[in-house]
Structure formats: C-alpha cells, structure tokens
Design a protein around this ligand. Structure first.
Ligand SMILES: *[C@@H]1O[C@H](CO)[C@@H](O)[C@H](O)[C@H]1NC(C)=O
Length: 147
C-alpha cells in the first residue's frame, strides 16, 4: 500500500521527467530551427552570387568564383579574378548579385560602366577604385571621393 505522500513524490518525479523531456525536445527543436534559419539566411544572402543571365559561357567561358560581397559596403565591384568581365552588386549584409559585361568590354571600376576593354580603366587597378562606391547617396559635392 502506498502512502499518499509516496504517491505525491512519485507524481512529482514523473512530472519532472516529463518536464525534462519537454525541455530537451524544445531545445532540440530550437537548435534545428536555428540551424535551418541560418542556412536559409546564408542561402538568401548569396544565392544569386555567380548566377548569370543566359549566354555567359560565350563571353566568359571559365568563370572563377573568387569574389565575395561579405563585409563589403553597398556598391558595384569589378571582379578582378575574372578579368573584370564580371562585376557584382553588393547589398549588405552580404547579398551579392552578379553580372557580366557585353563581349569585349570590361567593368570600369572608376566609371562604374562596362567599357571597351582597351579604353576602360585597367582591370589590375580596379580594386584601387572600389572607394568610388562611397559616393552612393552622397549629396554634397565636397563630400564626394574624387578618383
Ligand atoms: C566575342 O568577341 C570575340 C572577339 O571579337 C569574338 O571572336 C567572339 O566570337 C565574340 N563572342 C560572342 C559571343 O559574340
């Protein structure tokens, strides 16, 4: 015969077990959903990176995926790893949209346009001109970065 106190303790014990199992389940669910969320966020951030319109294979046969918008401010960036035939629009935090210039043109980082490869700012100098992106949204003439 159980004492009512024994029964009370047993019920309490059972309830604790249930509570612990619940907590563990919740934790696991939380972890899974966090992992899923961060995967989705990463996917969302960069899923357009190095995705191009049709026909890139005729203009840039071997695309090298070396450029990343991670830690970059908003702007247009020539992709030096692809001889500036490719450029990217970076939208923080980390979104990356990739484009290629028309055949025989490269992205001129100083002017932010695709230009004939012989008249454009040389691709080797592109990174030096990434600072022009600081001019987006600047309204006062004297605050513009001059290049
Ligand atoms: C790109 O330009 C080169 C040089 O003029 C030419 O040989 C090639 O066929 C062109 N490619 C396309 C896709 O037009």
């Amino acid at each position: 015969m159980f004492h009512s106190r024994t029964i009370f303790v047993l019920v309490l014990f059972a309830l604790s077990i249930v509570a612990i199992i619940e907590a563990a389940n919740n934790n696991e669910k939380m972890d899974k959903s966090n992992v899923l969320k961060s995967l989705l966020a990463r996917h969302k951030r960069s899923y357009l990176a190095y995705r191009f319109a049709d026909g890139i294979e005729y203009v840039v046969p071997e695309v090298r995926e070396t450029f990343s918008c991670a830690q970059r401010e908003y702007g247009y960036y020539a992709d030096v790893g692809n001889n500036c035939q490719v450029f990217h629009v970076c939208v923080p935090p980390g979104q990356q949209f990739s484009f290629f210039c028309p055949n025989t043109t490269i992205f001129d980082q100083r002017l932010l346009i695709c230009q004939d490869q012989y008249t454009a700012t040389p691709c080797q100098e592109a990174e030096r001109y990434y600072v022009v992106n600081q001019n987006f949204g600047v309204l006062e003439e004297d605050k513009l970065v001059r290049v």
